[in-house]
Design a protein around this ligand. Structure first.
Ligand code: GLY
Length: 376
């Protein structure tokens, strides 16, 4: 039975958000106009490779959250965060045309979408729509999926977090073709990457001649038939978002199945191993970023469920995960550490960002704390 003391949780989460603000402020003072991805020994600035460029929205995304919080509280630092958020968001604008990545949802929903919701400036809206149109150009007609950045025959579970921007562009423009692309991508992902037990594969490989689905595979997980925990978290959150846009009950069902797998296979503090089927020694390595994404996804999903008991269960699980992250994984006691959350894992096989702070982990942690505080 998960115990609650709402006042204690509120203080814990507020203090974690204050710490996140402090770390982000130090980062931008130390390395102005730099968009980091993962730390190396706790330091953001290093020469480590990116593998792919998908993270630039997360730092300004946190600034938009800090800005709104400061504004609502009437705090004197609201102007500071607004200026920084704009400063770090504007340089991303040309990426509305970026055809090299499958990550335009990550980049624009964390930034331009937040900015547009605050100002309703039509120019920001146009950027979002173009980003959705650009992402839709990755659609492989025969296979029925948006291809990943690695190859034409490759579908990633991560794309579930990005397809929302196509639904958005479709809704705002009334473009049925865009909506059809987004729906077909979700259905193909559901059929090929989400298994009967709710676990997920990282990648699907297709025959380009026929469009036939051939096999499950992975880049960042342990094996093609294992469940990489961050992929699972992307799936539970991504299918939730796509249910919000489409109202298609199949996506709600999939989001629930992935969430149930997460809950039943994760240890009692709610932070998962980097891959659920990795060998026992390796499984001791946790991924705090997967936990932050899962908590944030559950806080959205819990409001959509017709069954209030299950909704409350997801909500309380999300609060429990956040509590664990705040109590056990914050970098607060390490003054040399530049990140917020320790213990993220980027790419274990390439040895990138293993046991480090990772920018998406910081962003979804801040997003989840902010959402939790608004519900507590
Ligand atoms: N490429 C997305 C991830 O590392 O989760």
């Amino acid at each position: 039975m998960i115990q609650f003391d709402l006042e204690t949780d509120r203080k814990l989460f507020e203090s974690a958000l204050d710490f996140a603000e402090k770390q982000v402020r130090s980062l931008i003072e130390r390395h102005p106009d730099f968009y980091p991805m993962y730390t190396m020994n706790g330091r953001w600035k290093h020469e480590g490779p990116a593998w792919t460029h998908w993270c630039d929205g997360f730092l300004p995304g946190m600034m938009w959250i800090f800005y709104r919080r400061a504004l609502n509280a009437g705090a004197p630092n609201a102007d500071f965060w607004f200026e920084q958020a704009v400063r770090y968001t504007k340089p991303l604008e040309p990426r509305q045309h970026d055809r090299d990545v499958h990550d335009l949802g990550f980049i624009f929903l964390s930034t331009y979408y937040r900015w547009y919701r605050l100002t309703k400036d039509p120019a920001l809206h146009e950027v979002l729509i173009q980003a959705g149109r650009t992402l839709a150009m990755r659609f492989n007609e025969k296979g029925g999926y948006l291809r990943s950045f690695v190859a034409e025959n490759s579908l990633f579970i991560d794309i579930m977090m990005n397809v929302g921007i196509i639904f958005y562009a479709a809704r705002e423009t009334g473009d049925k073709k865009l909506r059809d692309i987004a729906l077909r991508h979700c259905l193909t992902t559901r059929r090929t990457l989400v298994r009967g037990d709710g676990s997920t594969a990282h990648e699907g490989i297709f025959d380009l001649e026929t469009g036939e689905f051939l096999r499950q595979s992975t880049h960042q997980g342990y094996r093609g038939d294992s469940c990489w925990s961050r992929g699972l978290a992307w799936s539970l959150y991504g299918f939730t978002t796509c249910y919000e846009y489409s109202g298609d009950p199949r996506f709600l069902e999939t989001a629930e199945k992935c969430t149930d797998y997460y809950i039943t296979h994760t240890g009692k503090d709610g932070v998962p191993p980097w891959d659920y089927q990795a060998p026992p020694e390796s499984r001791k390595l946790l991924d705090t970023s997967a936990a932050a994404i899962a908590a944030s996804g559950m806080l959205r999903l819990c409001r959509l469920l017709p069954d209030p008991v299950k909704g409350h269960f997801y909500w309380s699980t999300a609060i429990h995960i956040l509590r664990s992250l705040c109590e056990k994984h914050l970098a607060k006691d390490d003054p040399e550490w530049e990140g917020v959350l320790k213990g993220g894992v980027y790419h274990i096989h390439k040895n990138l960002g293993v046991g480090e702070s990772v920018m998406w982990g910081e962003y979804f942690f801040v997003e989840a704390l902010d959402n939790a505080l608004r519900q507590l």
